[in-house]
Ligand binder design. Sequence first.
Ligand code: SF4
Length: 347
Amino acid sequence: MLRALLEPSELTWRLSSGTASVLGLTRAPTAVPPTTAYVMLGDRCANDCAFCAQARSSRASEDALSRVIWPPITGEQAVAAVTDGFARHTIRRVCLQITGGPEAHLSALSAVQAISSVSPVPVCVSIAASTQGEIAQLLSAGAERVTLALDAVTPTLFEHVKKRSWAATWACLQEAANRYPSHIGTHLIAGLGETEEQLVTLASELFRLQVSVGLFAFTPVRGTRMELNAPPALDRYRRVQAALWLLREGLVQREELRFDDCGTLRSLSMERNALAELLRSGEAFRTRGCPDCNRPYYNERPSGAHYNYPRPLTQAEADREVSSLLEMLDFATTGSEGAYGQAHTIV
Ligand code: SF4
């Protein structure tokens, strides 16, 4: 039986540095303000994901998650700040990232209740829930969405990187998606050793289940088991982003995608100009996941190339991204070629 809910003051709260800034709690400048308030709840995680700064065996700072710093804050301050931020239209969502441990579910439930009882702000909870009962309680308490992070996209990779059972996690996610369509999300990380085909195929199945997919680029963090691994190549990430966006929008079907023997995306079975037109807005390259989640600089430096653009692309940026993407794909030749140049291969 569930214990009584905890008071906000009994929980360990941290806000991402960008969130603290946009909510007026610090004066640190932000290149792009977060549109969601990112909150980490709990102490060092009991789980041991190889990529995660919060993992049990990680030597990274307890203030770190990916390349973001999360300073501590009191529960009362956190609840007041996100409530006020939503009322002032500074943020449009709260994301609770729950570290694993015996109190994880109770902490998540208490935090959702504390926020939802005083504000209509949509709240999503990223948690390693293992039962439908836990998910039902979080949604009943006011969570708009529960995110069950797969991170790795194949059973072998998942069990190697996360040291947990794929079968149990996948079964839980599938059942939750069936019970609560459009209220379940997941995270996928590109660059853990998967092929593009494996990632895109799983994402396609998740879209079919109406699960929202937050795509991340693996980011090596000092002190973690994967600190020496390289992040994914940007061209690879762009192909995956384009495929996922087209699948999500229903503009292409999984069966139409062509991969080579190494699992690299080669063709979207579309004419070059048609694809250029579909991608022209640059939306495919923006941060995706829950509505209004932009995760600024979670995977990249503000000065470097963006894996996920946390804001609308300028037309020049969009044209550049589309142009580079088109150079990597194969197309059926047509009589007319547009602004992006000659098609080069027949499929
Ligand atoms: S997609 Fe964004 S808002 Fe949703 S759980 Fe993931 S990080 Fe949080």
